[in-house]
Write a protein that binds this ligand. Sequence first.
Ligand SMILES: Cc1cc2nc3c(=O)[nH]c(=O)nc-3n(C[C@H](O)[C@H](O)[C@H](O)COP(=O)(O)OP(=O)(O)OC[C@H]3O[C@@H](n4cnc5c(N)ncnc54)[C@H](O)[C@@H]3O)c2cc1C
Length: 290
Amino acid sequence: MHDVIIIGKGPAGISAALYTARANLKTLIIGRDDSVLRKAEKIENYYGFSDVISGEFLLREGEQQALRVGAQIVDDEVVTIEKKDFFEVVTSEERFIAKAVLVATGQPQKKVRVENLESFEGRGVSYCTTCDGFFYNNLKVGVLGFKDFAVHEAIELESYTSNITIYTNGKELELTEKSHEECQRFSINVKPIEKIDGSEFLQRIYFTDGTSEELDGLFVAFESASSVDFARKLGIITEGNAVVVDKNQQTNLEGLFAAGDCTGGFKQISTAVGQGALAGKRIIEYVRSL
Ligand SMILES: Cc1cc2nc3c(=O)[nH]c(=O)nc-3n(C[C@H](O)[C@H](O)[C@H](O)COP(=O)(O)OP(=O)(O)OC[C@H]3O[C@@H](n4cnc5c(N)ncnc54)[C@H](O)[C@@H]3O)c2cc1C
């Protein structure tokens, strides 16, 4: 078991790890190399560098620094977080257990545009299999996505129905080997989607090639799971796209913290690093108090 799992290896996650690992907490960071900071070619407003630096440089140095102080880093995508006696952090490949979790996954992106998607929210369109899967017992459901997250959501829906299609909306599947094997039992439709439609509830999905299919429910799991996706499943309070935290970066769920762009506000490296440090400090106290 880990003392803390940090999801995200941008400035917020790495900053927290520097504190927790140096305090001898068993610290695991899970993330991908897709921090938005990678897009920043010239940075000159971050403390301590007289020359202009790149985001790429800061990310590389930060990761090396975290490894040097004893944090472990796994390059993977987290598909869900479950709360049992402890936290269970699930990737497509593994299930990790921790006493505390820090969500530092950056700003959630607007993931997919499909005509009528918003207007059928709560009437056939859902963003949470855990919350709404039950309403689709034995019905025909779709999962909109193309990564491990989508396969994970399809697997969750199997508790309710066997009639499941993964719609990639024109994207190629991007899956780990394990997800690739698991998705063989689902129908996969890679056609670009034109729109969804129905009357009171969702009834059909239409493709740009002029074909259509009946559909009772569509679960959106596009791209990687974001902080908002984790929040929905765990009942964490959000405001818009931002996870709500107290002054110690603690969410309303004990032991679960959030830092950086995923908490909204002033989205800068210095803010992310500062919030990561605060979260790290509070996580050390929290884990020691258990
Ligand atoms: C073009 C551009 C230029 C910028 N220039 C500046 C600048 O000059 N100065 C400045 O201060 N700020 C700048 N910023 C803002 C800065 O990059 C962000 O504020 C900062 O990177 C936020 O850090 P973070 O750790 O919160 O999130 P991020 O840096 O976005 O890191 C998020 C991490 O979470 C991981 N992640 C997400 N979802 C999952 C999942 N499901 N499973 C596993 N891992 C996941 C990602 O892989 C990534 O490692 C710029 C941003 C952009 C886009």
